[in-house]
Design a protein around this ligand. Structure first.
Ligand code: NAD
Length: 382
C-alpha cells in the first residue's frame, strides 16, 4: 500500500503528518511513502531528509493519488491547484487527519456520498482512555501547546517570572492562573512552576484537583459541589448555579494574577466563556491572558482567534491558534508517532479491516466506506 503525505495548506500551519526520522518505520510496516515536495519545510525538514530515509518526493496530485493519505488538517481549498483538496480523493481508501466532525457534519456527509470507498478517521476523536494513549494526538499536541502558552504569555508580559532580590530592590514572582487543568493546562502549570511562578488552577472535574496539585499548583475551589466529568473523562456543561459561583471565584482570583492561561473545552461544543469583559477589566494593567480555546470560540470575551488584542485597560488577550505549529518540528514528530501507532494497530491487530466495534478505532471513524458514521461522545455521568 502507498501512503501520501501532502503539504499542509492551511494558513500558518507548519506541521506535517510525517517527520523524516519515522519514514523508515512506515516502510518497515511495508508501506511505500510519498511526500509532497516542500511538505516538511515549515517544520525544518528538507526534502533531502525524507529522500535519505527512502521516501519518494512527489507532486501534489501524486501524493493525493495514494490509498492512504495522512494529514494534519482536514482537506481545504487548495489555492495553487485552484480546487478543493476533497476533489482529489478518487483513489484514497483511508484518509486520516484532524476533522472536528461536530462542526463539519454537512461537509462530511457530502464527502461520504461522493466517495463510496472512502474511510476517514479523525485524530481529534481518539477516546481519552489509557489504552489509546499512544494514538492520542490531542494529548501530545496539548502538552506542546501548554508549554508554548507560557512562552507567549511571557513574551507579552514584560516582567521576569522568578522572584529576585537585588541591591536595587526586590522583584516578586509572577502569579499565574490556569483555567482547565487537562493535558495542556497541566503542561502550562508545570512550565510556569519551573520558571518560578506561583500558580493557581481551576477545573470542573474533581480528578483535576490532585493532578494540578501534583504539578505544584494551588487548586481554587468553587463553593458548589458538582462533578464536571462524564464517562470517558470528558467535561460537561455545568449548571447555571455552578457557572455563577465559578464566575465570582474566577473574578476574585484573576484580579490577583498577572497571567491567566485558559484551556477549557467541552468535546463537540463551542468553548465555554469563563471570563467576560467585566473579569478582564478587573485584571491589573499589563497582565496577559492566553486563551488556548480560541479556535473553539474562546474562553474569554474579547479573544480574537489568531490575534493578540490589547484591551483599553491594558490587558493583552492572546488568541493564537497555531501554538503547536509554532513548535512544528517537535509537534510533527509526536503527531507522526501517533499516526504510526494507528497504522501499526490497523495493520497488525485489525489486518486493515476498520472495525467500528473496536473501542479505540470505532469512535475515530467519521466516514466508513462511504457511510457517514460519526457518533458524538455520550454525556453519561461519571
Ligand atoms: P480538554 O482540552 O478537552 O479540556 C481542558 C480542560 O478544561 C479539562 O480538564 C476540562 O475538565 C476543563 N474544563 C471544561 N470546562 C471547564 C470549566 N467550565 N471550567 C474549568 N475547566 C473546565 O481536556 P483534555 O486535556 O484534552 O482532557 C480531557 C479528558 O481526557 C480529561 O479527563 C483527561 O484526564 C482525559 N485524558 C485521559 C487520558 C488517558 O489516557 N487516560 C489522556 C488524555 C486525557
Amino acid at each position: 500500500k502507498q501512503i501520501g503525505v501532502p503539504n499542509e495548506i492551511y494558513p500558518l500551519e507548519n506541521r506535517v503528518a510525517m517527520a523524516p526520522d519515522s519514514v523508515k518505520l512506515f516502510r518497515r510496516l511495508g508501506f511505500r511513502v510519498l511526500v509532497e515536495s516542500g511538505a516538511g519545510k515549515g517544520a525544518n525538514f528538507p526534502d533531502e531528509a525524507y529522500a535519505k530515509e527512502g521516501a519518494i518526493i512527489s507532486s501534489t496530485e501524486e501524493v493525493w493519488n495514494s490509498e492512504i493519505v495522512l494529514k494534519v488538517r482536514k482537506p481545504d481549498y487548495h489555492p495553487v491547484l485552484g480546487r478543493h483538496e476533497d476533489t482529489l480523493l478518487e483513489n484514497t481508501r483511508l484518509l486520516v487527519s484532524y476533522v472536528y466532525p461536530a462542526s463539519n457534519a454537512d461537509w462530511l456527509k457530502d464527502l461520504a456520498k461522493r466517495y463510496p470507498k472512502l474511510t476517514y478517521m479523525a485524530m481529534d476523536c481518539v477516546p481519552r482512555i489509557t489504552k489509546a494513549q499512544k494514538l492520542d494526538s490531542l494529548s501530545s499536541m496539548g502538552s506542546i501547546a501548554g508549554y508554548r502558552a507560557v512562552v507567549e504569555a511571557f513574551h507579552y508580559y514584560k516582567k521576569t517570572p522568578k522572584p529576585m532580590v537585588t541591591a536595587a530592590g526586590k522583584i516578586p514572582p509572577t502569579k499565574v492562573l490556569v483555567i482547565g487543568a487537562g493535558v495542556a493546562g497541566l503542561a502550562a502549570i508545570g512550565y510556569s512552576r519551573s520558571l518560578g511562578c506561583i500558580v493557581s488552577a481551576m477545573d470542573t472535574r474533581s480528578a483535576a484537583k490532585s493532578d494540578a496539585e501534583s504539578m505544584g499548583a494551588h487548586f481554587v475551589e468553587v463553593p458548589i459541589k458538582e462533578e464536571g466529568a462524564v464517562v470517558g473523562g470528558y467535561a460537561k456543561v455545568m449548571s447555571e448555579n455552578y457557572q455563577k459561583a465559578q464566575y465570582d471565584v474566577t473574578k476574585k482570583t484573576a484580579a490577583k494574577c498577572d497571567i491567566v492561561i485558559t484551556t477549557a473545552l467541552i468535546p463537540g461544543r463551542k468553548a465555554p466563556i469563563l471570563m467576560d469583559a467585566g473579569i478582564v477589566k478587573s485584571m491589573k494593567y499589563g497582565s496577559v491572558i492566553v486563551d488556548l480555546a480560541a479556535e473553539q470560540g474562546g474562553n474569554v470575551e474579547g479573544t480574537r482567534a489568531g490575534e493578540a488584542v490589547f484591551t483599553d485597560n491594558g490587558v493583552t488577550i492572546v488568541g493564537f491558534t497555531d501554538l503547536t505549529s509554532r513548535m512544528a518540528p517537535q509537534s510533527s514528530e509526536l503527531y507522526t508517532n501517533n499516526l504510526y501507532n494507528l497504522l501499526d494497530d490497523l495493520l497488525n491487530t485489525h489486518k486493515f479491516k476498520v472495525n467500528l466495534d473496536d473501542e479505540i478505532i470505532g469512535p475515530m471513524v467519521v466516514i466508513h466506506e462511504g457511510e457517514y458514521s460519526y457518533q458524538p461522545p455520550k454525556a453519561v455521568p461519571a
